[in-house]
Ligand binder design. Structure first.
Ligand code: PEP
Length: 256
């Protein structure tokens, strides 16, 4: 089973209109039109339309960083799936550890969002990962297992094949610490096995599992060469065009 590599940039709350425009222009300049790796950027909501206009017709796709699982209605400050597709989003990041940590998002809430994303024709990128304390207490497998089971609750196997999982050890996000390729691959293997039990091994073989956690130009190749690492969700390094392009190039090299 060959899974198309997928590199996504999570810009978090880190750009303004002008820096977003410059970043996209540099990415468009540096990216080969025939790139085989799937590439997406996830700007802050206010800049989605600006970026959508710039990337239209290019290989760069658009993602959002979150959604609220409802339709039109009285939910001040929130944005739903229909609005995101309306402005050109194809992807949405769900259950990022920063949302779990700062906004108390539970697996059950992530599962609700997942249904909403799929019903709204968005491809969800579902994030899971253990904290440093959990890893040190040897709880990584059980934590990731519980997050996968809880966050994918209610998902049927037909739709499961199209989702993306991001394994992001919390201790590696924005810290400069990276899981070794072996550490990451071990968890990716576990996730794929679990997906095989939840759905079927054939479905599990189709689901792309990204790694996230201080992926940089100089560690991407090793991580992406692991058999169960199908791409990367990139925070800090996605804000510098040269670094993000180098990570995409590392993904392309796995296809050579
Ligand atoms: C992330 O926020 O998803 C992430 C992986 O960030 P960083 O690459 O900066 O660790």
């Amino acid at each position: 089973m060959t899974r198309r590599p997928f590199i996504a940039g999570n810009w978090k709350m880190n750009t303004r209109r002008q820096t977003a425009i410059e970043l996209v222009r540099q990415l468009l300049n540096g990216l080969n039109q025939d790139v085989r790796t799937e590439v997406a950027v996830c700007p802050p909501n206010p800049y989605l339309t600006v970026v959508a206009d710039l990337v239209a017709g290019s290989p760069i796709e658009l993602g959002a960083q979150n959604l609220y699982p409802a339709g039109d209605g009285a939910y001040t400050g929130e944005v739903h799936a229909g609005m995101l597709t309306d402005v050109g989003c194809r992807f949405v990041i769900l259950g990022h550890s920063e949302r779990r940590q700062y906004f108390a998002e539970t697996d059950a809430f992530v599962a609700e969002k997942l249904q909403s994303a799929l019903a709204g024709n968005l491809v969800p990128i579902v994030c899971v990962g253990e904290t440093l304390e959990q890893r040190q207490a040897d709880q990584t497998d059980e934590v990731v297992r519980a997050q996968i089971l809880g966050s994918l609750e209610g998902l049927d196997e037909v739709r499961a094949a199209g989702i993306v999982i991001a394994y992001e050890p919390v201790w590696a996000i924005g810290t400069g610490l990276t899981a070794t390729p072996e550490q990451a691959e071990a968890v990716h293997q576990l996730i794929r096995k679990l997906l095989g039990e939840l759905f079927t091994p054939e479905v599990a073989a189709q689901i792309r599992i990204q790694y996230g956690g201080s992926v940089k130009a100089d560690n991407a190749a090793q991580l992406l060469s692991q058999p169960n690492i199908d791409g990367a969700l990139v925070g800090g390094a996605s804000l510098k065009a040269a670094d993000f392009l180098a990570i995409i190039a590392a993904a392309e090299a796995t296809l050579a």
